[in-house]
Design a protein around this ligand. Sequence first.
Ligand code: URA
Length: 204
Amino acid sequence: TEAPEDDAAHTVSELREAAKGCRRCPLWRDATQTVFGEGPDNAKVIFVGEQPGDQEDLAGQPFVGPAGKVFDAILDDAGVDRLKVYVTNAVKHFKFEPRGKRRIHSKPNVGEVQACRWWLDHEFDLIKPNLAVALGATAALSLLGKAVPVTKMRGQVIEREDGLRVFLTIHPSFILRIRDRAGKEAERERFLQDMKQVKKLIAA
Ligand code: URA
C-alpha cells in the first residue's frame, strides 16, 4: 500500500532502503529498525533465519548475536565463507515481550510471516541464488508456504514449483538451548554435517 517502495527496487540496496519504512505488519512499531538481509547481491545461496533477535534489532544486521556466533563458527568449520553468502530472515522486525529490562523473543505468527514474504520474495528475485537454506521451521514455512517438520526432514532438499531448491535444517539457536554438554556437541556436529552438505549443494 505504500506506493513507490513497491516495484521501484531494482537492486538489493534499493530494496533494503525501501524496507526501512515497512508497515506491512504491526511489528515495526516496537522494533528499533528493520533488519534486512546482508551479503553479496550475486550470492549463490541465501540462508533464511526466523527474525532478528535483541542484538540484531539494535545493530541492524542479521545473525550478529549469540545464534549468529554459533552459525558463523560452524559455517567456518564447514568451509563456507559467510562473506560470500547472503543471510536474511523470514521476518525483518524483532518481535518480543518486555520482561523487566529484558526483551524476550516471541515467535512471529503466520500473518507476520506472510506479510514479510513480500521482501523475501524480492530478495530472491534480485539475487537469484541456486539454493535456499531454511534455518528452522519459520524459514521453512515462509519459503515453502506450509508447515514442515524440520527436525524430521533436516538434510533434505525440497524443490519448489519455481525450481528453487530449499535445503531444510534446524535453527542454530536450537544448539544454544541444549544444556548438557554431550547433547550440545552432538547437535553441533549434526549441524556441521548439514552445512557441509550445503557447501556441496552450492557448487552443484
Ligand atoms: N535468529 C534469527 O533467526 N535471525 C537472526 O538474525 C538472529 C537470530
